[in-house]
Design a protein around this ligand. Structure first.
Ligand code: 4NP
Length: 157
């Protein structure tokens, strides 16, 4: 795939993992002089219209990447036309997205977040911190921050 310009992060609720990816990648791309359109969505509709979870906003603030205005929305089939790259955070999100794919071109846009995890990371998915502790939220920000750095490095090359 040539360097993608329109990137969509997807998780379940669109209040923890995917908005964190969105905020981190947007800020890092801007700092790197890379012009990207970045958004996020959830496969579920529980949190449509909501701000990211306050624990995730706190973890992002602490890392120097403050919340920049996203409100929860649900992934929809039209997102396959609006984005070049669709990044599910775990295998459940991936299966739910692929169920809505219209054709092989849509399916080819879906790439798991773990593709950009640091080499030493043993995880296959971004852990869902929703029922976890503040430490779990911070760990997600650390993991996604390193992964977004890897994206920028790849797409700048
Ligand atoms: P996210 O986390 O998918 O990373 O936004 C979750 C948010 C909400 C719920 C589950 C996970 N929930 O069950 O409401």
């Amino acid at each position: 795939m040539s360097s993608p310009k329109r990137i969509l992060f997807v998780c379940l609720g669109n209040i923890c993992r995917s908005p964190a990816g969105e905020i981190l990648l947007r800020a890092k791309a801007q700092a790197a002089g890379l012009e990207l359109t970045v958004d996020s969505a959830g496969t579920a509709n529980y949190h449509v219209g909501n701000m990211p979870d306050k624990r995730m906003r706190a973890a992002l603030d602490e890392a120097g990447y403050p919340y920049d205005g996203h409100r929860g929305r649900q992934f929809c089939r039209e997102d396959f036309s609006r984005f070049d790259l669709i990044i599910p955070q775990d295998e459940h999100n991936e299966a739910d997205i692929l169920r809505l794919a219209r054709n092989e071109a849509d399916r080819a846009k879906v790439v798991a977040m773990s593709r950009w995890f640091p080499q030493e990371c043993k995880l296959r998915a971004t852990p869902d911190p929703y029922y976890g502790s503040m430490e779990d939220f911070k760990a997600v920000v650390t993991l996604l921050s390193a992964s977004c750095d890897a994206m920028i490095a790849e797409w700048k090359a």
